[in-house]
Write a protein that binds this ligand. Structure first.
Ligand SMILES: *[C@@H]1O[C@H](CO)[C@@H](O)[C@H](O)[C@H]1NC(C)=O
Ligand SMILES: *[C@@H]1O[C@H](CO)[C@@H](O)[C@H](O)[C@H]1NC(C)=O
Ligand SMILES: *[C@@H]1O[C@H](CO)[C@@H](O)[C@H](O)[C@H]1NC(C)=O
Ligand SMILES: *[C@@H]1O[C@H](CO)[C@@H](O)[C@H](O)[C@H]1NC(C)=O
Ligand SMILES: *[C@@H]1O[C@H](CO)[C@@H](O)[C@H](O)[C@H]1NC(C)=O
Length: 575
């Protein structure tokens, strides 16, 4: 195994060289120097992964870093039983598409432009391959749309030659191939589609909540960019149908049937199979400004806090009864604190993130599944496929708090990744975190997300310029007023403070969408009005109400407030 330079030594040298500073700004400078040094380490990681992919795997889909070969994995993504694999498919350069937005953030203009040229000349979706709609949407459509938006943004100056919307044309072609999947009695899309031939005969009608509910960002953006409303309306129709299927507790199940519209798996969570459904409701609200998304998100988020949360942990619960089902931490759940930062729920985000990080520290990386009730790793799901979610949350929490502790978390993660997963041919997934035995696979999301979020943690100049939302695959989409129905112009200037309808001052941006007033106007004791934790304000500033519905959620107990007989919101019924 290739052994990188011991990071401890590098860090020691760095510490010694800075120990001589004694002026008051030395701490700040130490932070800045450390950020710069870590940023460069992450840059090296990205290029090690990228260059090996380009050398040994491109234009195939993903790199096999141990054997320095490739895998055409597009039709394998999400296909656990590896059914209906194509016989003559030779790749769609998935890892290149996934790398474009990272190349832009790293400032590599030449490589970004080169990639676009290759794709516009050589990429085709007219392939006889059955692909997972969700995976294809977040990786390919999301990667292409994000790169297109970055390419046409003149402030980035990424393109030296000409750019004639080639990536948008590819996106449109791909989007049209998605549409037959939505032709079901319910409008819920099939999980699988053959890019050339549409939905296969006898295709499975089973899909997941995230499979139906995580399409709106990419397909909505595609409609806004092309003027063809079909993509956004298909995704929105599916999302609304999904929402109609929620239980009276505002919970959704994990798997369902797209033809009957019936739930198949009632146990629900914020993890695998559901996760990005929550994420896309909130991010769709931020990107498109429709109150509808906010209302759905708000109810779904409250229910998640009420039925899944147990202190800093989240277990699964039955969607009908709300009773806990499985007490498991899954590695995918680690994105949740990042989402909570967007709603301004920093305290809850911080406490969960810390627990996730302790599990990372204990094993060196994050195991796929950890049994909370037995305090042990799941007997079969012991792998760590270079997932980004903890890095993502760390980035958001650092943005929100600027607490340098999160930089240390990022540093630990960078060290572990280099120590355990770096090999001569790239970065390899961990098959078993207890032995650190490796697997011959470098997932494209390592370049699209893991490296990107770690880089942004140490250098946020990219997000300082503009408001972006990041798709669930880490592809940035600029928040633009022209796509918006509601928010005022000042929201888009990069200034993270605006006064919503003049009623109160609240910090709000794509990175910090606080839903509670942080400062109540005309108040002598603003701290009394500060709401945190569950963080949902009453609908009216003066806390007057006609019904319970107008009351928010109590900050400290996370319980729904109710409307009293004299028309005020409060916690009238302790316990
Ligand atoms: C861009 O990426 C290519 C391929 O890794 C590399 O050769 C080149 O040096 C990079 N350029 C910059 C400015 O980082
Ligand atoms: C398209 O692919 C062919 C074959 O790999 C290659 O020769 C050509 O240079 C590619 N086009 C671009 C613009 O890179
Ligand atoms: C579809 O299923 C039916 C009934 O099980 C079967 O008779 C038919 O051969 C299947 N078609 C294909 C293409 O697999
Ligand atoms: C996060 O939690 C730690 C440990 O409880 C605490 O010291 C820190 O102040 C918290 N930070 C925020 C921003 O809540
Ligand atoms: C943001 O808004 C505040 C209040 O209006 C103003 O004082 C500040 O200068 C603005 N900052 C930027 C970077 O525009």
């Amino acid at each position: 195994m290739f052994r990188p330079l011991n990071p401890k030594h590098v860090f020691l040298c760095f510490l010694i060289s800075f120990a001589f500073f004694i002026d008051p700004s030395s701490l700040q400078r130490l932070d800045d120097a450390k950020k710069k040094q870590m940023r460069e380490k992450v840059r090296e990681m990205f290029y090690h992964a990228y260059d090996n992919y380009m050398t040994y795997a491109f234009p195939h889909d993903e790199l096999k870093p141990l054997t320095k070969s490739f895998t055409d994995s597009l039709s394998e993504l999400g296909n656990l039983k590896l059914e209906h694999l194509p016989t003559d498919y030779s790749g769609s350069a998935v890892t290149l598409v996934e790398s474009l937005s990272s190349l832009a953030i790293l400032g590599n203009k030449t490589e970004f432009e080169k990639g676009i040229h290759w794709l516009s000349e050589n990429l085709t979706f007219d392939i006889d391959a059955r692909v997972n709609l969700f995976e294809c949407n977040i990786r390919l459509l999301g990667g292409l749309i994000s790169a297109h938006l970055l390419a046409i943004d003149p402030t980035n100056r990424l393109i030296q030659g000409s750019y004639n919307n080639q990536l948008l044309r590819l996106s449109e072609d791909l989007g049209k191939r998605f549409l037959p999947a939505f032709e079901t009695p319910t409008g819920l899309p099939y999980a699988w589609i053959n890019l050339k031939n549409g939905v296969m005969e006898n295709e499975t009608t089973e899909t997941s909540t995230s499979g139906c509910g995580s399409l709106i960002l990419e397909m909505g953006a595609l409609s806004r960019l092309t003027g063809d409303p079909r993509f956004e309306s298909a995704a929105l129709r599916a999302l609304r149908q999904l929402w109609r299927m929620r239980s009276s507790l505002d919970l959704l199940g994990t798997t369902l049937d797209v033809v009957t519209g019936k739930w198949l798996e009632y146990s629900s969570s914020i993890g695998a199979g559901v996760d990005s459904f929550y994420e896309y409701l909130l991010k769709a609200y931020i990107l498109f400004g429709k109150e509808d998304y906010w209302r759905m998100f708000r109810s779904a988020y409250l229910a998640s806090q009420k039925y899944f949360r147990h202190g800093p942990w989240y277990h699964e619960a039955n969607m009908w009864s709300g009773k806990p089902t499985y007490w498991q931490l899954t590695s995918l759940q680690a994105f949740w604190p990042g989402l909570q930062v967007l709603v301004g729920d920093i305290a809850a985000a911080n406490s969960s993130h810390r627990e996730f990080f302790h599990v990372w520290e204990r094993f060196g990386v994050l195991p796929e599944r950890y049994l909370l009730d037995h305090q042990m790793i799941h007997p079969t799901e012991k792998y760590y496929p270079l997932r980004p979610e903890l890095a993502e949350s760390t980035f958001y929490l650092y943005q929100a708090t600027k607490d340098p502790w999160y930089l240390d978390v990022g540093e630990t993660m960078v060290k572990s990744l280099n120590l355990y997963t770096k090999v001569a041919g790239g970065f390899a997934s961990v098959r078993d975190v207890t032995t650190m035995q490796l697997e011959d696979h470098q997932h494209s999301f390592f370049l699209a997300e893991t490296c990107k979020y770690l880089y942004l943690l140490f250098d946020d100049s990219f997000v300082a310029k503009r408001n972006y939302i990041f798709t669930t695959e880490g592809h940035p989409i600029q928040v633009m007023s022209s796509w918006h129905e509601k928010l005022p112009e000042s929201y888009f200037s990069g200034n993270w403070t605006f006064s919503k309808s003049g009623a109160w001052e609240s910090r709000a941006s794509a990175l910090s969408m606080q839903v509670c007033p942080s400062i109540a106007p005309n108040s002598r004791r603003p701290e009394q009005h500060r709401e945190s934790a569950c963080h949902v304000p009453d609908e009216k500033m003066d806390h007057r109400c006609w019904s319970n519905k107008e009351c928010g959620v109590d900050a400290t107990t996370c319980r729904q407030r109710s409307c009293s007989g004299v028309g005020f919101c409060g916690l009238w019924n302790p316990l």
